[in-house]
Design a protein around this ligand. Structure first.
Ligand SMILES: Cc1ncc(COP(=O)(O)O)c(C=O)c1O
Length: 393
C-alpha cells in the first residue's frame, strides 16, 4: 500500500479527515535547483510567508539557506528553528521604533521602506548597516501593483534623497531589496526585473548585496531555469566587475520552494445537483486551503479512484465546495471530473505554498495535519494539526 492510500484509509473515519501530504523528493529537487545558481556570491533566502512548517524550515536551515521574514512571529519562528541572525532578513512596511530596536538588538538585517522610516530609524541612534526596499514594477501574473499603486518601497525619484539621508545619519546603506513579482514564467521578464534592480542599486555607494525577492513560478516545468541561471550569472559577474568588488545576489523564492511538493486531500461528503451544474461538498473548507480565497488561484483537482475503476464524467461542470455555511466556500470551480460518491477522496495539487500558511480561523475549521512522504516509504507527521489525533508509525 503506498503512503497516500495508507493515509486515506487511516483518516477516512475521522471527524475531520482532510490532510496535507508533502513529497520529500520533490522538495530536494527544488532545493537543488536553487542551490545550482552558478554566480558564486549567491545566497538563497526562503520567504517564510509561503510556508511556515517548522520541519520544512529546519530543512532549509540544514541546507545552509536563509529565511526572509516579514513579521515578529516569523522572526521568532526562524529563531526557534535555529537560524542564526546572519541567515535572517527582515523586511516589512511601517515598522515601529520598538520593532526597529528589537531587530537591531537581535542582529537581524533589516530593510527600510520609506524616507520617513529612514528618518525614524536614524533618530534611534542605532549605528548599523541597513538595506533599502525599492519600489520597482512588479511582474506578477495575478494582480500586480506597479508605480503609484504599489504601496511598498522607496520610489525612483526618492532614492537619491534616501541615500543622502542615510549618509547624513551615519547609516551605511549596504543592500537593496526589490520584489520582482510572482509566478513569472518568462526568463526575459525575470531578467528585466533584475536588470532594473541593478540599475537602481548602482546608485548605492556602499552596496554589498542586491536582494531580488520572489518571481519563480510554482510550476517549474514552465520556467527555463538553466537559461535564467546563465543569464543572471553573466549579469551579476559583469555588475560586480564594474563595481570593483563581488556584489552578493540574494534570491528569495517563496511559492517555488514547496509549492509543487504538496497535495491536499479531502473526502466527498455530499453531491448536489443544480440546474446546469453540480456542487460536490468535501470534508474541508476553502479556509483550510485558502490561496483562492485571497486571489482566485484555484488548486488543480483530481478524483482519486482508489481502484474503483474508470467512471464517466459528471454531465455538467462541478464546483467543489466546503462543509461550512459560508456562501463563498469554494475549493474549485467549473471542473470536469469523474462522478464521485460520498467517501471518495479529491486531491488538490500545488498545495505547498500559500496554502497551509494562509489558513484562517474564520469559519472555525480544524487545522489539518501535514505529513511528509519519503521515496523509501517512510511517512512522518510534520505538523499534527490542532486536534493532534494520532501519530504515524
Ligand atoms: C519581498 C518578498 N520576497 C519574496 C517573496 C516570495 O515571493 P514568491 O512566492 O512569489 O516567490 C515575497 C512574497 O510576497 C516578498 O514579498
Amino acid at each position: 500500500m503506498n503512503q497516500i492510500d495508507y493515509l486515506m484509509d487511516m483518516r477516512a473515519e475521522k471527524i475531520n479527515s482532510a490532510f496535507y501530504l508533502y513529497d520529500n523528493e520533490k522538495i530536494e529537487e527544488n532545493f537543488a535547483r536553487f542551490e545550482s545558481v552558478l554566480y558564486p556570491h549567491t545566497s538563497v533566502f526562503f520567504a517564510s510567508m509561503a510556508n511556515d512548517n517548522p520541519v520544512l524550515l529546519g530543512k532549509i536551515r540544514e541546507r545552509g539557506m536563509g529565511l526572509f521574514v516579514n513579521s515578529l512571529k516569523h522572526l521568532r519562528l526562524a529563531e526557534a528553528c535555529g537560524f542564526p541572525s546572519e541567515r535572517i532578513i527582515f523586511a516589512s512596511t511601517g515598522l515601529t521604533s520598538a520593532m526597529m530596536r528589537h531587530l537591531v538588538a537581535r542582529g537581524i538585517r533589516l530593510h527600510l521602506d520609506s524616507l520617513t522610516q529612514i528618518g525614524q530609524f536614524g533618530k534611534l541612534g542605532l549605528k548599523t548597516e541597513v538595506g533599502l526596499r525599492l519600489n520597482t514594477s512588479e511582474r506578477s501574473r495575478i494582480s500586480p501593483f506597479t508605480g503609484n499603486d504599489s504601496r511598498i518601497g522607496i520610489q525612483d525619484h526618492e532614492l537619491d534623497a534616501a541615500l543622502e539621508t542615510c549618509r547624513s545619519l551615519g547609516l551605511a546603506a549596504t543592500g537593496s531589496h526589490v520584489y520582482i513579482g510572482t509566478d513569472i514564467v518568462s526568463v526575459d521578464e525575470m531578467v528585466a526585473g533584475i536588470e532594473r534592480a541593478l540599475e537602481l542599486s548602482d546608485r548605492f555607494p556602499d552596496l554589498a548585496y542586491v536582494d531580488v525577492g520572489g518571481g519563480f513560478p510554482l510550476d517549474e516545468t514552465r520556467f527555463d531555469f538553466d537559461d535564467y541561471n546563465a543569464r543572471i550569472t553573466a549579469l551579476m559577474s559583469d555588475f560586480s566587475r564594474r563595481r570593483g568588488r563581488p556584489i552578493r545576489l540574494v534570491i528569495e523564492p517563496g511559492r517555488a520552494m514547496f509549492g509543487n511538493a504538496a497535495r491536499f486531500y479531502a473526502q466527498v461528503t455530499d453531491v448536489k445537483r443544480r440546474e446546469g451544474h453540480y456542487f460536490v461538498c468535501v470534508d474541508a473548507s476553502a479556509s483550510m486551503i485558502p490561496r483562492a480565497m485571497f486571489y482566485e488561484d484555484y488548486n488543480p483537482v483530481r478524483v482519486m479512484t482508489n481502484g474503483k475503476g474508470a467512471r464517466p464524467d459528471f454531465d455538467q461542470p462541478v464546483d467543489i465546495v466546503g462543509n461550512t455555511t459560508y456562501s463563498r466556500d469554494f475549493l474549485a470551480r467549473r471542473q470536469t471530473i469523474p462522478q464521485v460518491e460520498i467517501g471518495d477522496w479529491i486531491e488538490f495539487s500545488q498545495a505547498g505554498s500559500y496554502c497551509y500558511s494562509m489558513i484562517t480561523r474564520f469559519l472555525g475549521q480544524t487545522f489539518p495535519p501535514e505529513y511528509l512522504a519519503e521515496r523509501s516509504g517512510a511517512l512522518t507527521l510534520i505538523r499534527p494539526g490542532d486536534l493532534a489525533e494520532e501519530a504515524v508509525q
